[in-house]
Design a protein around this ligand. Sequence first.
Ligand SMILES: [Zn+2]
Length: 175
Amino acid sequence: MTIAEDFIAEMKREFPRFSIRYKRESGLQRAIHHTLRVVTLGGMSTYATNYHTVLFGTLWVPDSWDRMSDVDRVILLRHERVHLRQRARMGDVVMSFVYLVPIFPLFLAYGRARIEWEAYEETITATAELVGKDAARALKPQIVRRFVGPDYGWMWPFPKTIERWFDEHIARLSC
Ligand SMILES: [Zn+2]
């Protein structure tokens, strides 16, 4: 088994209904793609092609999943496992509300930003452990962009805050 297959097996032990499916095979996922493109005025037009999304316990992946390296898959899965654990902690209704409903209000988008930040901390940790601390540090600009730009509806458009969160997390890494 590859390390990614191993990790998927481990996730299935924790979340027996966890599965991975292709976005293009789902009408709902295609609908989300079009909705996001409209509400972000075109800013978020790559949902179906570039993004991985956990919804109700299934990880929806773009076709590019097939071309990812094993290490990249594990890093991504570790991020998504955080979301599965959040869902177990909060329940679907609360998590969907905090996450999906608000696109513009800052106060509510802060909820989404904190949910995503917890998962991105795991992305940073996994990258440091599996690739190296320099690779983890190099993630900073792209992660800051995710939070302040249209990818998640400008969920927390204050780069200084995200940079501080990033630096604090890097400083806590033991490896
Ligand atoms: Zn996420």
